[in-house]
Design a protein around this ligand. Structure first.
Ligand SMILES: Nc1ncnc2c1ncn2[C@@H]1O[C@H](COP(=O)(O)OP(=O)(O)O)[C@@H](O)[C@H]1O
Ligand SMILES: [Mg+2]
Length: 269
């Protein structure tokens, strides 16, 4: 069934679980808003940050909420999601992201990057380097990262690193080999799994942007089942929620019950 057909079947104005949502449409209940607040505070204090969580809990979207709240005149945010690069390519990518000519040797790259960071420091623009999927970083990149975040100026580092990744990233940071970096990461945050009421709220928020309430389309048992099947992980809710709507439309149903969620979840497994 085409997406237009099932949207029409339910009278939805847009695909409710699309990845393509505006920053201002992000779902930020109080716990998530507090996390964004902690991130903002740490960046203003020029700290390094670790943010971990299971896949699909909303880490990258939390970073988008942070980006939307950082004053552009005071902070320069560089987002790097390609964490699988070796050290040389990693620094080359950092150069490109900072608008510098890429250099041929790691030493030249390091020199260019550190000079640039010092320049930004003099201009009082604070660079924030955001490494998503950081659990994939090569060890030789991790070995050198603390050097990058280690300039002293007014007793504060000239660059904030935000390392974002799966929970095993924290275990890796705690290894003796990474202690120089880990000891400099003052803000250590975790985006935990959601509670059943979070799943219900998230569903309401996403359906709301498409012009419906959760109760219009999902029985309360269906919402509980959706939470159980997904553990409240938002990416899984998006996928199974979409499958439920498609399946229900194909069967000519106007509402989704627990049994239908179970079928959709089993098909998705
Ligand atoms: N705050 C949010 N508001 C609305 N949707 C969200 C939010 N956080 C996550 N999502 C949804 O969940 C999906 C996965 O989120 P993402 O941030 O990519 O997870 P992670 O980075 O933890 O793997 C997104 O594509 C989006 O559809
Ligand atoms: Mg992510």
């Amino acid at each position: 069934m085409s997406s237009a057909a099932w949207l029409r079947h339910f009278g939805l104005s847009a695909s409710p679980f699309s990845k393509d949502l505006d920053d201002h449409e992000l779902w930020l209940p109080s716990r998530r808003a507090a996390l964004v607040g902690d991130l903002l505070e740490a960046v203003h204090a020029r700290q390094h940050i670790l943010l971990t969580g299971e896949p699909g809990v909303g880490k990258t979207c939390t970073l988008r909420a942070l980006r939307a709240r950082l004053p552009a005149a005071d902070f320069r945010l560089t987002y790097c999601h390609n964490a699988t690069l070796g050290r040389r390519d990693f620094y080359r990518q950092l150069c490109l992201a900072l608008g510098l000519a890429p250099k041929a040797t790691a030493a030249a790259v390091f020199y260019a990057v550190s000079g640039h960071i010092e320049l930004l420091g003099k201009e009082r623009v604070h660079p924030v380097f955001l490494l998503d999927e950081a659990h994939l970083l090569h060890q030789d990149v991790l070995d050198h990262l603390h050097v990058l975040g280690n300039y002293e100026w007014d007793q504060k580092p000239l660059l904030s690193l935000i390392l974002v990744g799966l929970p095993e990233l924290e275990g890796r940071m705690r290894l003796a080999r990474n202690r120089s970096l880990w000891s400099r990461v003052h803000t250590r945050l975790r985006l935990g799994d959601a509670l059943p009421e979070d799943t219900a709220e998230y569903l309401a928020s996403r359906l709301g942007t498409a012009g419906k309430t959760a109760a219009d389309l999902f029985d309360s048992g269906a919402i509980a089942m959706l939470h159980e099947a997904t553990l409240g992980r938002l990416r899984d809710i998006d996928r199974i929620g979409t499958d439920c709507l498609r399946l229900a439309a194909r069967r000519g149903l106007s509402r989704i019950d627990a049994a239908l969620v179970q079928t959709a979840a089993q098909d998705a497994a």
